[in-house]
Design a protein around this ligand. Structure first.
Ligand SMILES: Nc1nc2c(c(=O)[nH]1)N[C@H]1C(S)=C(S)[C@@H](COP(=O)(O)OP(=O)(O)OC[C@H]3O[C@@H](n4cnc5c(=O)[nH]c(N)nc54)[C@H](O)[C@@H]3O)O[C@H]1N2
Ligand SMILES: Nc1nc2c(c(=O)[nH]1)N[C@H]1C(S)=C(S)[C@@H](COP(=O)(O)OP(=O)(O)OC[C@H]3O[C@@H](n4cnc5c(=O)[nH]c(N)nc54)[C@H](O)[C@@H]3O)O[C@H]1N2
Ligand SMILES: [Mo]
Length: 766
């Protein structure tokens, strides 16, 4: 076999990514990427990696926006359409060091926004966010962000009603438990294999497909509640309930009503392990299957039938992250938990409630017995923060109040935006609004390997390396393999590691020694590995030193126990092991949340009518979900991502009935539009989406037809020109990018070319 022959010639370079461990090898001048041999279901996204070291979309040298260079820092509408000037590393670091000093002196550290949300890459030392936060903490401090775009609503809700987010989500129900114990999996939003392909820090074994198959073979049944058929793998033969997007809470309440009226609920569990049951039960008045059916679009008989099904045997209710990335996104998470509590199985193996299982590859696995290497943190002198998805609000409304989780807070007056390892022109909603927001700051700095739309909107663009161009350690907390990510290529153009860039800046600000602690990058790797080595030795496990680990190329960590954690202990003995909630129990009604008095997040799980519903002008719901062919916007120019497009354009999935009504044929170029913006995409007709729903994944790099005209369509197919920039509620202020409403029409006339991956013109310094 080719693979074995390559392994034997010893040229394979171990490496890792958020979507899988792999090895790289140069064959006739081409970089070849092979999945880790231990991975039972490797990700196709791996094949985006070869392009990462050489594509012309890479940034070759430091550049500065002409307006910033010539007129100095300040608000500027030209961001995103100005020219770039090539500068030397010395000049750019001198200028940026001076600008940071100016902002600290004139405006104080709150004026520096270093939230810098984003996934960056898998290595644990060259961890872009960690490097930025270390640097800014030492330089003077920064306003940070809290929570994620992934789970913003759930991350605030769950601690109020179930317990600390990570311990009650990630490892309480594992894939192994599903394979062995679950009779019925009721998956709201599904558990698409395209999503569990990705796990933070790296995944060496994609176990989800085999676990679901094993459960199915054992006789488990799967029920998929989702507008898209592909949200569960075909081979589990799920019953597909094609729900109207954004209405799961109504369905859940309808199911709860049926359980209650048919006396299928577990009173003992509710009495001994929940708080607020009488309040929640009373709120179910009138929420019957017929009521739910009118909202969620599923037949009332199916709803009653489903309630009876989940009341039998061991049932697991999963709620994907997508459900809560929407207005009132707190509600389906809370209602899903309440439904599971009524079934009385929270804490039993493979039963109860789990948030996010199947949404990411690092869920549903046990934690390693020892901590993996991670960057050493420093203390940020600034206490202030924003909920991460409120970034455009912060920039557009400095000094104004907003509400969050029971607090009235004030937005800082941001002068300098610093992004390293994220792509806000990918991840944020209403990109035309984001353009207006970034026009308000004095300076926008970005470290990027490639010419993303974020880089194009910045003032100072610092080219950084990709993982294949540096040595690092790859590891995730719930994956056993620590990978020696060895360098496979020399840096593109003048690109530098983020660490080297910050070291240069730290020198200009007089904090180089504190930043580096006198270590080279290689010294840091040894240092970080040393802590894991010590933890291994402390528990009596084999503990290789750094050189041994590095030579081996990988090291397998021992697993922690698969014991259901906090929830299993509570389920078995609620008095001896109370939950860390105010009542010590699962809160089906919360006096804390009720006390906040938020109409958009009341004190118990509730159906709240969304602000945006389809109307005559925007009759279709858009699902803007995660792309199957890449991680977010990363390596959008790679082979797998490119293969998923039609003539370079992203694909929108449309029901044949909706297409016919608009004269749209398969592969036609269409325009999706609403009052916020528009984009082009290639239509793919399929009856695997619910009628009235169209689906366009995120991640195609935002490319306006006319950069001077913000109302011109994105020719490439980025759905965030359409999504609405509002928080989930005043409780969590989470991202709501998953859903919006649109109209769809055939694009008549000439089809504009897509130049998303062509670098902008860069002029030499004169
Ligand atoms: N409409 C809509 N929008 C969404 C979502 C949705 O469901 N719908 N989902 C949201 C979710 S869940 C998330 S998590 C976000 C994701 O949003 P992001 O995490 O911002 O998206 P990425 O494309 O992963 O951006 C990472 C960037 O880091 C760069 N990078 C990679 N390695 C390095 C490095 O070593 N150093 C530096 N400096 N940069 C590096 C990459 O080139 C890339 O541009 O998107 C959110 N946006
Ligand atoms: N390949 C790939 N995998 C990824 C990522 C990626 O970029 N690429 N990103 C990763 C990240 S950072 C995260 S946070 C997770 C996100 O995990 P999720 O948020 O769960 O993933 P999505 O693909 O956005 O949504 C999952 C499915 O939910 C369904 N859905 C949408 N709205 C509704 C609704 O109202 N009701 C119901 N019942 N279903 C609905 C959609 O059909 C969609 O396919 O994915 C991770 N996995
Ligand atoms: Mo995410």
């Amino acid at each position: 076999m080719v693979v074995r022959a390559r392994a034997q010639n010893g040229l394979m370079i171990p490496h890792s990514s958020h979507w899988g461990a792999f090895s790289a090898e140069w064959v006739d001048g081409e970089l070849v990427v092979l999945p880790h041999p231990g991975d039972p279901n490797p990700s196709p996204v791996l094949q985006n990696l070869p392009a990462s070291v050489s594509h012309r979309a890479r940034i070759a040298s430091p550049v500065v926006r002409r307006g910033w260079l010539e007129d100095g820092p300040g608000p500027d509408e030209r961001r995103g359409r100005d020219e770039f000037v090539q500068v030397s590393w010395d000049e750019v670091l001198d200028r940026l060091g001076a600008e940071l000093r100016r902002v600290y002196d004139e405006h104080g550290p709150r004026a520096v926004y270093g939230g810098s949300y984003g996934w960056a890459s898998a290595g644990r030392f060259h961890h872009a966010q960690g490097q930025l936060h270390r640097f800014l903490s030492l330089a003077g401090g920064y306003t940070r962000s809290v929570n994620t775009y992934s789970g913003g609503a759930a991350e605030v809700l769950i601690p109020h009603v179930l317990g600390p987010f990570d311990p009650v989500t990630r490892s309480v129900v594992t894939w192994d438990q599903v394979a062995r114990h679950t009779d019925t999996v009721l998956a709201f939003g599904g558990m698409a294999l395209k999503n569990s392909t990705v796990g933070a820090g790296g995944v060496s074994r994609h176990v989800e497909r085999d676990a679901m198959r094993a459960a199915k073979t054992r006789g488990a049944r799967f029920v998929l509640v989702s507008p898209l058929r592909a949200d569960l793998p075909e081979d589990v033969d799920a019953r597909w309930l094609p729900i109207e997007p954004g209405t799961d809470t109504a369905l859940m309440l309808g199911l709860a009503h049926t359980l209650l009226t048919e006396n299928l609920h577990d009173r003992r569990f509710l009495d001994s392990r929940t708080a607020g049951w009488p309040v929640f039960a009373a709120s179910l008045q009138g929420r019957d299957a017929v009521w739910a059916s009118r909202i969620c679009g599923l037949p009332a008989d199916d709803i009653r039938d489903l309630a009876r099904t989940i009341a039998r045997g061991r049932t697991l209710i999963t709620v994907s992250q997508s459900l809560q990335r929407a207005e009132h996104g707190e509600q389906p998470v809370w209602a899903g938990l309440a439904l599971a509590a009524m079934l009385g199985q929270v804490g039993l193996p493979g039963g109860g409630f789990v948030y996010g299982l199947g949404s990411l590859g690092h869920y549903g696995r046990t934690r390693n017995a020892v901590p993996v290497p991670s960057l050493v943190r420093t203390i940020n002198p600034v206490r202030d923060f924003i909920p991460v998805a409120r970034v455009a609000d912060m920039l557009l409304h400095p000094g104004e109040p907003y509400e969050y989780n029971g607090e009235r807070r004030t937005y800082p007056d941001t002068r300098l935006l610093y992004w390293c390892g994220g792509n806000p022109f990918h991840h944020h909603q209403d990109l035309n609004r984001l353009r207006r927001a970034v026009a308000r700051v004095d300076t926008f700095v970005v470290h990027e390997p490639a010419w993303t739309a974020t880089a194009r909107h910045a003032d100072v663009v610092l080219p950084c390396t990709v993982t294949l161009e540096r040595d690092d350690i790859g590891a995730g907390q719930t994956d056993p393999l620590v990978v020696a990510m060895r360098r496979a290529a020399k840096p593109y153009g003048e690109a530098r590691d983020d660490y080297a860039i910050f070291t240069g800046l730290a020198a200009r600000l007089g904090v180089a020694e504190a930043f580096t602690e006198g270590r080279t990058a290689r010294d840091w790797l040894e240092h970080l590995w040393g802590r894991t080595q010590k933890a291994l030795a402390g528990k009596g496990f084999p503990a290789p030193d750094f050189d041994e680990f590095w030579a081996a190329g990988e090291w397998e960590l021992p697993p922690g126990p698969d014991d259901g954690g906090l929830l299993a202990a509570f389920g078995a003995d609620p008095v001896g092991h109370p939950l860390p909630t105010p009542s010590g129990r699962i809160e089906l009604a919360s006096t804390t949340i009720a006390g906040f008095g938020y109409a958009d997040c009341p004190g118990h799980p509730s159906w709240l009518e969304p602000t945006e519903v389809p109307d005559a002008r925007h009759p279709l719901r858009l699902v803007a979900n995660q792309p199957a062919t890449r991680l977010h916007s990363q390596l959008d120019f790679g082979a797998t991502s490119a293969a998923g497009k039609v003539r370079g354009r992203e694909v929108v999935r449309v029901h044949p009935g909706d297409a016919a009504a608009r004269g749209i044929a398969d592969s036609d170029i269409v325009r999706l539009h609403n009052d916020r913006g528009s984009c082009l995409a290639a239509a793919r007709l399929t009856d695997e989406v619910r009628r009235g729903v169209v689906q366009l994944p995120t991640g195609a790099w935002y490319t306006p037809l006319d950069p001077d005209d913000p109302t011109s369509p994105c020719v490439h197919g980025n759905p965030n020109v359409l999504t609405r920039d509002v928080g989930s509620s005043r409780l969590a202020q989470g991202c709501t990018g998953q859903l919006t409403v649109v109209q769809l029409s055939r694009w008549e006339g000439e089809v504009p070319p897509v130049r998303a991956h062509e670098p902008p013109a860069v002029v030499p310094r004169t």
